[in-house]
Design a protein around this ligand. Structure first.
Ligand code: PMP
Length: 428
């Protein structure tokens, strides 16, 4: 493979002609495909249909401690659901509150509460002139959406294969009291599939933030989402590390079963120190008299224990591993050695992150759309939707069928090639 940058202008022009012919052929097929959001496929959702059979009108609806799950009560979750999610989150049930179906909702409420009521007695953020959040990039667009919604200034922190640039995180958190938080997806990150190294986690736990109400927003959305049996990333448990470092209150850990059971009807939980949970509860008890305990009971009866969750995740992996591999193989076969893009092969999670030549991402996504392929908008992986290098594109392989995915990836690589040639010819 000759790198595109080593081709002469004449060669590039010839290449462009042949790529355009190919593109026209694919476009003529009138395809319609969506690789934009990290949604599970119907086949994955079907894995959990048994959950609808574990309860019927003759079932006992009392949980372990005798509470009737149909009634009000158990604000922090039924004990068996707390245990299940605590095991999944590698913490004690005493450090867990089970909420509704969405961890994003908990994150939103956490920022909202900090704005209006402050964190554990500190000044509400709305009374301060400026609030800032650190945002490792590329990252999850909906995190950035929350902080943007509240007018919080977002500071870009570059990611490496070990996690966020910790020199920058330490410097900014320790010198600027307006820095109140950092968004983290520490395992199989969205979108790069990176797991933070032990050293990164320890440096997080040992931060000395200038703000007493600084919190790490540790969104462990993909904690058990391995693609392989024999190659699994390990992540140090942050609550324990923070405790050891004398910073027990510095972290909120979020998780959910959205990509385990049903995306729209799973269970979400927050794990944190007891002091934090007390603070959270003071607002939560004004918001609700209790979350959906029947769903909590269903989840416990269906999964039984952590091993049940792992066994279930192996079934998910069987379905999505071939999809990830199909995309990665096409990227390697079609783009390997051309030096017009780079990517990381993830061992888990929901995404593949692609970095195109600088200034090309928007044009590539637009080109793919011409041929009927919808991708996540370029820039979405950055705060304010603005990728300063216009380079990152998030690929979400789980939702389309394997057949669709193969075609979609063909369109994608063709779009990458065409736009890269244009860039090298100076046309964009
Ligand atoms: N966090 C991350 C990193 C995600 O990728 C997603 C889903 N795409 C969520 C949170 C959303 O989680 P939930 O469904 O629990 O709100």
């Amino acid at each position: 493979m000759t790198a595109y940058k080593d081709l002469s202008r004449e060669e590039l022009k010839q290449l462009k002609d042949s790529l355009e012919k190919k593109f026209a052929q694919i476009k003529a097929k009138g395809l319609k495909m969506d690789m934009s959001r990290g949604k599970p496929s119907a086949e994955q959702l079907n894995l959990s249909m048994g959950m609808l059979d574990v309860l019927d009108s003759s079932s006992t609806m009392f949980c372990e401690n005798g509470i009737d799950c149909r009634n009000y009560g158990a604000l922090d979750g039924i004990p068996e659901a707390k245990k299940l999610l605590a095991d999944m989150m590698e913490v004690s049930p005493d450090n867990v509150i089970v909420f509704g179906n969405s961890s994003l909702n908990i994150m939103y409420d956490t920022v909202a509460r900090s704005m209006t009521h402050g964190v554990m007695g500190s000044t509400p953020w709305c009374k301060l002139d400026k609030i800032k959040f650190l945002c490792p990039v590329p990252g999850y667009d909906r995190h950035f959406g929350i902080t943007e919604h509240f007018g919080i200034e977002m500071i870009l922190i570059p990611m490496s294969e070990d996690g966020p640039d910790m020199d920058m995180v330490e410097e900014l958190a320790s010198t600027d009291a307006a820095v109140k938080g950092i968004w983290c997806v520490p395992k199989y990150s969205n979108p790069q599939g990176i797991t933070y190294s032990d050293e990164t986690v320890r440096r997080f736990a040992n931060l000395k933030p200038a703000a007493e109400d600084f919190r790490i927003y540790w969104d462990n959305a993909y904690g058990v989402h391995h693609l392989y049996e024999d190659r699994q990333d390990q992540l140090l448990e942050i609550l324990e590390e923070c405790k050891k470092a004398g910073n027990p209150d510095m972290v909120y850990k979020f998780s959910s079963t959205s990509k385990i059971s049903f995306s729209g009807s799973g269970l979400a939980a927050l794990a944190a120190s007891k002091a934090n949970l007390k603070d959270v509860s003071s607002t939560m008890k004004m918001q609700t008299i209790g979350h959906d305990k029947i769903n909590q009971l269903r989840h416990v009866k269906f999964f039984k224990d952590l091993e049940g969750i792992h066994a279930h995740m192996r079934k998910h992996a069987e379905i999505i591993r071939p999809k990830f591999e199909a995309v990665l193989t096409t990227l390697e076969n079609e783009l390997g050695g051309l030096e017009i893009g780079s990517w990381i092969a993830p061992r888990g999670g929901y995404f593949i992150s692609f970095d195109a030549l600088e200034g090309c991402a928007k044009a590539i996504v637009a080109k793919a759309k011409e041929a009927g392929l919808v991708m996540t908008g370029a820039g979405a992986t950055y705060p304010y939707g603005k990728d300063p290098h216009d380079s990152n594109i998030r690929i979400a392989p789980t939702y389309p069928t394997l057949e669709e995915l193969k075609e979609a990836t063909e369109i994608f690589v063709l779009s990458v090639k065409l736009i890269s040639v244009d860039k090298l010819l100076g046309n964009i």
